[in-house]
Design a protein around this ligand. Structure first.
Ligand code: AHG
Ligand code: MN
Ligand code: MN
Ligand code: MN
Length: 335
């Protein structure tokens, strides 16, 4: 049941019974993410006023220069989830290894692990462009009450019990799914409450927007080059419009509302593309599928990929169903 203007808190409680496992634990978890999102939103909004812009002065496991807000958001999400004793493990784009929570405590009966991209699009912070947070939730596969293991995190995306993102945009939105469709909530900053503003979000089957970093075109596989040329060709409803923000969350959000496709292919410079399977592609793929869209690496459904490493990268093609299928067609023709 969803009603417009329902608060996120009310929505979580009223929809709790539709979760596959109804212990209330997942509800508490989403509630903690909601809280951390508000804290990070508050800080992101002050960027420029307080000393939170620019580089932190360290490099993360991905080989990227960390921004101050990357570090801040990472700390806030981990702190919020840890303090509430709500999960048994966390993995983050900004952490070298996964974190085991209360691994010494036999009474820790928490069943869920969370994987996060605490701040997505962090290269956009300094220029006041929308950034986001992405999260993914799994049920652990090792016995409850024991320390979490790598295998609890290396699960196929199809095993996710929930996934979502926050977009810190012109307004701040939290969009998530627990496998029963996708709902979007907008923050009223005056009172700090998220309201259901976008019930049952769905990708249009077709779209007219393609989003790709075309600066890398020369390095793309031939199939991808051909698909981009197809998007630019004057025929039928083409050429399509090109829109690329450089924040996956924002590009995805726009494409879901308007109809479009996001492309981050492999290239001769990056053999598996750039985006991280566990923190970025899997959660976005679950949301896409729940919203009647599609997500693939060009050949395989993202949610069917068996992860082998925590920070694994994969090529990512995601968006309106017919557009993704067309891109796959081009990829298959010329690998
Ligand atoms: P993050 O800021 O979490 O490291 O993610 C950045 C990702 C994604 O948000 C975006 O779509 C992509 O990197 C942009 O990459 P390019 O600058 O190579 O286009
Ligand atoms: Mn990063
Ligand atoms: Mn990211
Ligand atoms: Mn990030």
């Amino acid at each position: 049941m969803s009603r417009k203007n329902q608060t996120l808190g009310e929505f979580i409680i009223e929809n709790q019974s539709s979760f596959k496992y109804t212990s209330g634990e997942l509800s508490r978890l989403i509630n903690s993410i909601r809280l951390a999102a508000k804290v990070v939103n508050h800080e992101v909004n002050k960027a420029g006023l307080v000393d939170i812009l620019g580089a932190f002065g360290d490099t993360n496991i991905q080989g990227e220069e960390q921004q101050k807000l990357d570090v801040y958001a990472n700390e806030k999400f981990i702190q919020t989830l840890t303090n509430r004793n709500i999960v048994c493990g966390i993995a983050s784009e900004e952490e070298d290894d996964f974190i085991s929570i209360n691994s010494q405590d036999e009474n820790n009966n928490n069943k869920y692990v969370v994987l996060i991209d605490p701040l997505d699009g962090s290269s956009n912070i300094d220029v006041n462009v929308s950034v986001g947070t992405i999260f993914s939730v799994y049920r652990r596969v090792t016995p409850v009450g024991t320390p979490v293991q790598l295998e609890d995190f290396l699960q196929k995306g199809s095993q996710q019990v929930a996934a979502g993102y926050v977009v810190y945009g012109t307004s701040t939105m939290l969009v998530y799914t627990t496998g029963h469709g996708v709902n979007g909530f907008t923050l009223n900053p005056a009172i700090g409450t998220f309201y259901l503003s976008h019930p049952n979000m769905t990708f249009p089957e077709d779209g007219k927007i393609y989003s790709v970093n075309e600066g890398n075109y020369i390095h793309f596989p031939q199939g991808m080059k051909d698909y981009i040329k197809y998007c630019q060709m004057e025929e039928g409803d083409r050429p399509y419009t090109s829109r690329y923000i450089g924040s996956l969350v924002s590009d995805f959000h726009r494409n879901m509302i308007k109809g479009g496709i996001y492309l981050y292919p492999k290239s001769s410079k990056t053999s598996n593309g750039k985006l991280r399977l566990l923190y970025e592609c899997n959660p976005m793929a679950l949301i896409a599928e729940q919203a009647h869209g599609k997500a693939s690496d060009g050949f395989t459904r993202i949610l069917d990929i068996e992860p082998t490493e925590l920070h694994q990268r994969v090529p990512f093609i995601c968006g309106s169903k017919n557009m993704v299928e067309k891109a796959e067609e081009f990829m298959r023709l010329k690998k």
